[in-house]
Design a protein around this ligand. Structure first.
Ligand SMILES: Nc1ncnc2c1ncn2[C@@H]1O[C@H](COP(=O)(O)OP(=O)(O)O)[C@@H](O)[C@H]1O
Ligand SMILES: [Mg+2]
Length: 233
């Protein structure tokens, strides 16, 4: 008889998923809703269910199913909110398809994945390879500086409010230049100008940091160095 999926998932180093029969066995261990979530591979699928009800199992078996169908593992992306969930996902997928087959999958947190993308392609945005990430207090400090340079009183636009607005616009994929271009009033124009200046400062801090780190023959270390570079201006 087929081994239950729970056992297959539990053993972190399961045998490679070679036979279709094995996949059938795995699918047989799902309830009808789970199975539908697994075999519906065209178009979006939303699985909404309570804790411990088998959502992760849908995702792990879905990945095994895609691999068994011949989908290139490099074309599969699985994102989680936490590192713990990502580790669990990797282990459970490995339990189903074997460690070697699970290895080329892109599986991690949103943050880790986005960081990896930026490390590989950030140069397209003008960032040096060894960029550092500013935390929100660094970001607010840079915005405060940008507002000061533009002689905007913090009572008229607060750095925190500016930060939120920029985040909101970025979520809509609006760039600083595009935002400034369609500014509807004086306030939006100021926000756009401060945003542009903010980006210039970030880029210059990163490049300045790279240069000075390179001069010292060291790799840049952390956001506190970006902060120092920004404060030094
Ligand atoms: N159809 C099923 N039959 C038996 N056990 C299941 C089934 N679906 C999930 N499980 C088991 O129930 C537990 C919770 O499943 P999991 O996928 O982690 O849930 P969720 O992600 O929704 O919290 C796991 O031990 C899993 O192996
Ligand atoms: Mg889960």
């Amino acid at each position: 008889m087929h081994a239950p999926v729970r056992d297959l998932e539990a053993h972190g180093q399961g045998a490679p998923l070679s036979a279709v029969a094995k996949l059938d066995g795995i699918l047989a261990g799902l309830n009808p809703e789970q199975r539908r979530g697994v075999v519906t591979t065209e178009g979006p699928v939303l699985v909404l269910a309570g804790a411990g009800s088998g959502k992760t199992r849908v995702i792990t078996v879905r990945i095994a199913h895609l691999l068994a169908k011949g989908v290139d593992p490099r074309a599969i992306l699985a994102l989680t909110f936490t590192n713990k969930a990502a580790a669990e996902m990797r282990e459970r997928v490995a339990g189903l398809v074997g460690k070697a087959s699970a290895e080329p999958l892109t599986l991690g947190t949103f943050h880790a994945f986005c960081l990896k993308l930026l490390k590989e392609h950030g140069t397209l945005l003008g960032y040096p390879r060894g960029f550092t990430i500013c935390d929100s207090s660094d970001q607010i400090a840079v915005l405060r500086g940008a507002l000061r340079e533009l002689r905007v009183a913090e009572t008229s636009i607060q750095p925190g409010a500016l930060h939120s607005r920029i985040s909101l616009e970025k979520n809509k994929l609006v760039s600083a230049a595009a935002f400034l271009g369609k500014a509807a009033d004086d306030r939006e124009e100021l926000i756009g100008k401060a945003w542009l200046r903010y980006e210039e400062h970030l880029l210059r801090a990163q490049h300045g940091l790279r240069r000075s780190a390179a001069e010292r023959g060291q790799a840049p270390r952390g956001s506190s160095q970006v902060k120092q570079a920004l404060a030094a201006r």
